[in-house]
Every structure is written in C-alpha cells, then in structure tokens.
Design a protein around this ligand. Structure first.
Ligand code: NAD
Length: 214
C-alpha cells in the first residue's frame, strides 16, 4: 500500500499498468531515462496526456532529459501495490479458466491465482498450473481462509449472478467478469467486465472509421 493515499483521476489510474509494464521492460534493458515522446510511441497514449498523468505522480520530466525510469518504477510499484502479493481466486475451470490457470501472471506483476473453484467432480481435487481446484460448496470457507479479495469469473452466464451473490458473502472486493452476464453487486464491490465480443466490434468499427495511417 502507498504510505499516503493519493488521489489520481480514474482515467490516469487505468493507464498505470500500461506505463508500469513498459517501464519495467526499459529498466531490465538498462535504460535510465525515457522521454514522453518515447513513452507515447510505445504505449500509444499521446505525450500531452502522459505529461499530465505523470505530473500527478510528482514526476516532472526535464526538457532534454525526460523521466527517471527508476523513480517512476518505484512510484508505480507502490501505487499499484506491486510490493504486496494480491491473491486471486478463479471460479469456473473451463476453456478460458484453464488457460488463465496455466498463465503465470507473476511474470508481469504481483498478482497470483491462489485457488480455483468448479462444480465438475472431474476437476475438483485436481491441480491445474499448480493451482488447487476446490468445490463450489467450499467457496466462502476457502476464500476467507486464504484472505482473497479478487475473483476472476469464468463460468457460463446463467449461474454467474448466484455465484456472485455467494462471493459477496465471502467479502470479496473486486470481480473481473469474463461472462456476458451483467452482474448486480453492492456499491462497495468493484466489477470490471471484459467482453471480447464488444472489444472486437470496437476494433472493427475503428478500422472502418479511423483506419491506421500507413
Ligand atoms: N472461451 C472463450 O474464448 C471465451 C471468450 C470470452 C468469454 N467467454 C466467457 O467465459 C465464460 C467461460 O467460458 P468457457 O469457454 O471457459 O466455458 P466452459 O464451458 O469451457 O467452462 C465453464 C466452467 O464453469 C464451470 N461451471 C458451470 N457452472 C458452475 C457453477 N455453478 N459454479 C462453478 N463452476 C461452474 C463448468 O464446470 C466449467 O468448468 C463464459 O461465460 C463465456 O461466455 C469465453
């Protein structure tokens, strides 16, 4: 956790992981400084926005020097809670869920899928990518025991709301929802929907209406 609470606009906060990943790569290739133009090219955010975003972090780039990579990295690490491991649960070990369990999130940041849940007896009791799969009946107990606050939801749409209601009881704080279901939760819980169909549609729309320059 950052020592003092910092208020940055949501739009800026959403870009932090993007900046963070790029800066980590820069750092590991030995680069000490970066200009907003270079950053802009790499993360596809215009440089005026980058300069404004960075001003919230107290990182004021110097003309002809750019930004100090180490300073920015340590700031992002604190702000994004990268110094602390965030434990995540996954519910629904099907096609999509299995792919996530096999993917090592730790490579890029400090989130780790700690436990998974399903109702399929063939999956319960197994381990996928080192992650144990529990039965849904043990959801609340296992989530509380492991102090998990974030859940990735990869079940079919019909049971998604009922499962969400159970997670609310387990004091979950955030849900990354891959199902097409629109979920209702108390205002204290944050949901991010990831709808691949919508993203794809939006890409096609932009290609048609704003073709990339060649
Ligand atoms: N596969 C994809 O590429 C993809 C892409 C985008 C979105 N989605 C969405 O992600 C979700 C999962 O897709 P999938 O292809 O992995 O489906 P899937 O059928 O392969 O997997 C669903 C899993 O959820 C489990 N499940 C069913 N009911 C459950 C319950 N009540 N409690 C706990 N687990 C339960 C099933 O046993 C199964 O393991 C769907 O909502 C789908 O629309 C999938």
């Amino acid at each position: 956790m950052a020592n003092e609470p910092m208020k940055i606009p949501q739009a800026t906060a959403k870009r932090l992981p993007l900046y963070y990943r790029f800066l980590k790569n820069l750092h590991s290739s030995g680069k000490q400084r970066v200009s907003s133009a270079e950053l802009s090219e790499a993360v596809k955010v215009d440089s005026a926005t980058i300069r404004r975003d960075f001003s919230y972090f107290g990182a004021l780039g110097k003309k002809g020097y750019g930004y100090n990579v180490n300073y920015l990295l340590s700031f992002f690490r604190k702000t994004l809670d990268q110094d602390e491991l965030t434990k995540v649960a996954l519910v629904g070990v099907g096609n999509l869920g299995t792919a996530f369990l096999n993917y090592n999130f730790l490579k890029n940041n400090n989130t780790k899928i700690e436990v998974a849940f399903d109702v399929d007896e063939n999956k319960v009791g197994t381990k996928i990518g080192d992650v144990p799969v529990y039965h849904m009946d043990d959801l609340v107990k296992v989530i509380e025991e492991n102090d998990i606050q974030v859940v990735i939801l990869t079940v079919p749409a019909p049971p998604a709301q009922a499962i969400t209601d159970r997670m609310v009881k387990a004091n979950i704080k955030g849900i990354l929802n891959f199902t097409p279901a629109r979920l209702t939760v108390p205002s204290s819980i944050r949901i991010h929907h990831i709808d691949l169909a919508v993203e794809l549609q939006s890409l096609v729309y932009f290609l048609k209406n704003y073709p990339a320059e060649t």
